[in-house]
Write a protein that binds this ligand. Structure first.
Ligand SMILES: [Zn+2]
Length: 76
């Protein structure tokens, strides 16, 4: 049975869409303290967003590695 569908918890915890947005935003610019806390709270209870976050981090690291490659060092 759903507990308080419109209760305080709904306002306290950000939605998955917001966490996805913050994940993307956080790659371009530093998040505010509040944004980081909201993300962390959501990630603590949402496996889907935890996976999404991990995948984005792996992708970002891969992109960064590509960006660090010296020009002319590539084979293509
Ligand atoms: Zn989520």
């Amino acid at each position: 049975m759903p507990d308080f569908p419109d209760g305080p918890r709904k306002h306290l915890l950000p939605k998955c869409e917001e966490v996805h947005f913050l994940t993307m935003k956080g790659m371009d610019q530093p998040l505010t303290w509040v944004e980081r806390v909201r993300m962390r709270m959501h990630l603590a209870i949402c496996d889907a967003c935890t996976n999404f976050n991990g995948q984005m981090r792996i992708m970002r690291n891969a992109m960064r590695r590509l960006g660090q490659q010296e020009p002319g060092e590539r084979d293509d």
